[in-house]
Design a binder for this molecule. Structure first.
Ligand code: DCP
Ligand code: MG
Ligand code: MN
Length: 343
């Protein structure tokens, strides 16, 4: 992802690892174990690397990346692909990869289904080998092609306009915005990301709005399936994931909602605009300055577990959350318009 901006290197290396692990599961060989260990180490490094890698020298600065791995990284940067992978990507890995494309299916489940004798999506539909699919996985399988294709920007705009009109009928004071790749100006979108909040100067909040809105959107035929519902609907901060469509003759599209307290709107705008690599570089900048950044705000005085830097020992103090610009300023990062926030 750090290399190509498309998830390619991490996914590909993961398949190499999975493939090697599987082939050698019964006859462990130290060379292979070392190789898998090293690939995993590089993957971890690439996952948390904040910017795009530009040169072999830069790649080699990563822990665990030697000349051979750096060569592979450069090949992916230059050609967008890794030729060697075409020889190593055997049939079983391709099938597992197909199964992993089902919403709600991870590598473990995909591999389990393979072991149970399933080779195609139709095998899963026929429950070959007695495989069991969760409700979400069944939806993911049914709309496999829809979920795995991107929509034109114009379709996202049409769907969003309908949703916004219905939302403003519920409460005309709502702040509702389309985020993610759409806000960055991309020509096509993987899903629709919608941020909702509400000014509180009249003493009211958006509590309860999302539940009402989703009900209206189901009645209007816009939301068609739920994938992930919040546990409780009364909170101000909620996440929803589902499927929607423009009208009854359109394909299903993925849709996400995020609602946040009004005072976190700046941090939420920043987070939900992305892209994810840009977010990673902003978070890393914050961490270097002794702050912590997330969708709720920029926090000072966060104490982290020295043995596990990802574990926070306290909440810290929220020093900026209502304005995107203020967060840029405190971090000393020159302002960037959403379409510039790509790494
Ligand atoms: N996000 C993030 N880290 C993640 C996932 C998401 O920082 N692991 C943030 C940045 C993303 C935004 O949330 O831009 C929306 O997430 P999406 O997965 O919907 O990604 P995009 O909208 O950017 O791209 P796509 O067109 O594929 O949906
Ligand atoms: Mg998106
Ligand atoms: Mn999304």
């Amino acid at each position: 992802r750090a290399v190509t901006g498309s998830g390619r290197i991490s996914r590909q290396s993961k398949f190499i690892c999975d493939g090697i692990k599987k082939s050698y599961a019964n006859c462990p060989n130290q060379d292979v174990i070392d190789k898998v260990y090293n690939y995993n180490k590089c993957l971890g490094q690439l996952h948390s690397y904040p910017t795009r890698i530009h040169s072999r020298e830069e790649a080699m600065l990563l822990n665990g990346v030697g000349t051979e791995t750096a060569k592979k990284i450069m090949e992916i940067i230059e050609t967008g692909d890794l030729r060697r992978l075409h020889y190593e990507r055997t049939g079983d890995i391709k099938i597992v990869e197909t199964f992993r494309g089902i919403y709600g299916v991870g590598g473990k489940t995909a591999y389990k289904w393979y072991v149970n004798g399933c080779r195609t999506l139709d095998d899963l539909r026929n429950r070959k080998g007695g495989v069991k699919l969760s409700t979400v996985q069944q939806i993911g399988l049914k709309y496999y092609n829809d979920i795995n294709s991107r929509m034109p920007r114009s379709e996202a705009a049409t769907i969003f306009d309908k949703i916004k009109a219905i939302a403003l009928k519920i409460d005309p004071h709502l702040f509702i915005e389309i985020m993610g790749s759409y806000r960055r100006g991309k020509a096509d979108c993987g899903d629709i990301d919608i941020l909702i909040t509400r000014p509180t100067d009249d003493g009211k909040t958006h509590a309860g709005v999302l539940c009402k809105l989703l009900r209206e959107l189901r009645i209007a035929g816009i939301i068609t399936e739920d994938l992930c519902l919040p546990d409780s609907w009364s909170d101000l901060e909620l996440v929803y994931r589902g499927l929607c469509r423009k009208d009854s003759s359109s394909r299903r599209r993925r849709i996400d909602f995020l609602t946040v307290p009004y005072e976190s709107r700046g941090a939420a705008l920043l987070y939900y605009t992305g892209d994810d690599i840009f977010n990673r570089s902003m978070r890393m900048k914050a961490n270097k300055m002794g702050y912590s950044l997330n969708q709720k705000g920029l926090f000072a005085g966060v104490v982290r577990d020295p043995h596990d830097r990802t574990r926070k020992l306290n909440q810290g103090t929220n020093i900026a959350s209502s304005s995107e610009r203020q967060i840029f300023e405190i971090l000393g990062v020159p302002w960037q318009e959403p379409h510039e926030r790509i790494r």
